[in-house]
Design a protein. Structure first.
Length: 313
């Protein structure tokens, strides 16, 4: 399959700007459509802030931050590109309007992937006359650092499109998974939603503070999850007997814990409780400073695990 050389980014908020950074670092020609006032300035500033991080990861050897072109309309931005990454706001009517606008201007072989986290592929496909080249390509924020992309196609997707999308994402350094069946939240968001629900319940129930619940994750299982997923980790948790022995040994404990997991609703009162807790945890640091600290930690983890990951793959 031919190497991808050009991509269009439709919608360049936080997610789209991060995608644009990654694509530029990978050596692609990038067309951007972002209708917001001062959109071009915001995107260029995002790339400028993120580029040194990409350099430290060794991801910019073929990249050029100037290989970016901004367009006043989406239909102009998609002309003559091989791949389109759509990341506009998650309102179905906006997605449908955008798809109807660009469809007549797409080349016959172009692939369009949506970054949508809360919408279903079957819902979005209704905005196309021919949805055969459209699929889900959902990243994890920020896409220029977090490797994961969730891919989902269905019976309306043409043969070979899913495989070609995998080639594209692997070319720009991503790790892909195939979501086999449509489900709200896909895979990763459902996992983090389940964890957050219980994290909130522990705070609401007075078991631990917001800060200590966060500590319990990053200083405990979060470190293991950065290395391997929960199934493999539990496979290792009972010695030579592996997963079967783990299930036998701990089934009663897990049944008790699962039966006791909490149900929560994000009421204004609960939102205020969480806000107060996170302000105490932040200790005066603003969002930009905390984001920079997050990114630095992610970069260090990526440096540490890259060789092992390559060996594993």
């Amino acid at each position: 399959m031919a190497k991808f050389e050009s991509v269009s980014v439709l919608g360049a908020g936080v997610i789209g700007s991060s995608w644009a950074t990654l694509f530029l670092a990978a050596g692609l020609q990038v067309n951007v459509f972002e209708p917001a006032k001062e959109g071009e300035r915001a995107v260029r500033e995002y790339i400028e802030r993120a580029w040194p991080i990409m350099e430290t990861l060794g991801l910019t050897q073929n990249g050029n931050p100037q290989s970016i072109h901004f367009h006043s309309s989406a239909k102009k931005a998609v002309r003559d590109v091989q791949f389109v990454q759509e990341s506009i706001p998650e309102r179905l009517e906006l997605k449908h309007q955008l798809f109807a606008e660009i469809e007549p201007y797409l080349s016959t072989e172009v692939i369009v992937a949506s970054s949508a986290s809360g919408l279903l592929v079957s819902e979005m496909q209704k905005g196309w006359r021919n949805p055969s080249r459209f699929l889900l390509g959902h990243p994890f924020n920020p896409p220029h650092l977090i490797p994961l992309v969730e891919l989902l196609a269905n019976e309306q997707t043409a043969d070979g499109v899913l495989e070609a999308a995998e080639v594209f994402y692997h070319q720009v350094g991503k790790v892909t998974i195939r979501v086999k069946r449509e489900m709200p939240g896909h895979v990763a968001n459902r996992l983090q939603a389940a964890l957050w629900r219980e994290a909130i319940y522990l705070v609401q129930s007075g078991v631990a503070s917001v800060e200590d619940v966060d500590k319990a994750v990053w200083a405990g299982p979060g470190l293991r999850w950065a290395a391997m997923g929960p199934h493999m980790l539990f496979h290792l948790g009972a010695g030579p007997g592996g997963m079967m022995e783990f299930c036998k040994r701990y089934q009663d404990s897990f049944h008790r814990w699962w039966a006791d997991l909490g149900e929560v609703e994000l009421t204004p009162h609960l939102a205020k409780m969480l806000t107060d807790g996170i302000e105490a945890e932040a200790k005066g640091r603003d969002v930009q400073r905390i984001s920079a600290q997050r990114d630095a930690l992610i970069v260090n983890m990526l440096h540490s695990t890259r060789g092992l990951r390559d060996e594993k793959e």
